[in-house]
Design a protein. Structure first.
Length: 140
């Protein structure tokens, strides 16, 4: 596990350590003649926000860690908010048969019924429908 965390940690450390503070432009005197009617402002003495680079690097590191954890767990935490399907109401494919390259026939069980569906790229047609009869061994 340590080996899999090593590349993102090294990348984060490289980003934080190599992020230079915003360089201050040296005050260049004498570029323009002083006789030109320009509004001249004094050179800025405010320090560069080096915390911005560190915060960005930490945010990228946190995002990378979240993606790694999500991949390891097959993104199951994304499915936590989905509605639970009641037993007997899920869609179950019984069988399928391709009729042509773009037409197929499917038998499915859904909501206590068996449905025969014909599918093409333009439409889905219900061909037959009948209720599912419970077997003697089934407890409903």
């Amino acid at each position: 596990m340590r080996r899999s965390l090593l590349p993102p940690c090294l990348l984060g450390l490289m980003l934080v350590s190599s992020a230079p503070a915003w360089p201050q432009a040296p005050a260049v005197q004498g570029v323009l003649p002083a006789t030109l009617p320009l509004r001249r402002e004094p050179a800025s003495t405010v320090g560069a926000p080096s915390w911005l680079a560190a915060t960005g690097a930490l945010a990228l590191l946190a995002l990378g860690g979240t993606v790694m954890v999500g991949r390891r767990r097959q993104w199951t935490w994304l499915q936590a908010g989905r509605a639970r399907i009641a037993p007997g109401h899920e869609l179950v494919r019984i069988s399928s048969q391709a009729l042509t390259a773009q037409a197929s026939l499917h038998a499915v069980r859904w909501n206590g019924e068996e449905l025969l569906l014909a599918c093409t790229p333009q439409q889905v047609t219900l061909l037959a429908r009948h209720p599912v009869l419970p077997l003697q061994g089934d407890v409903a």
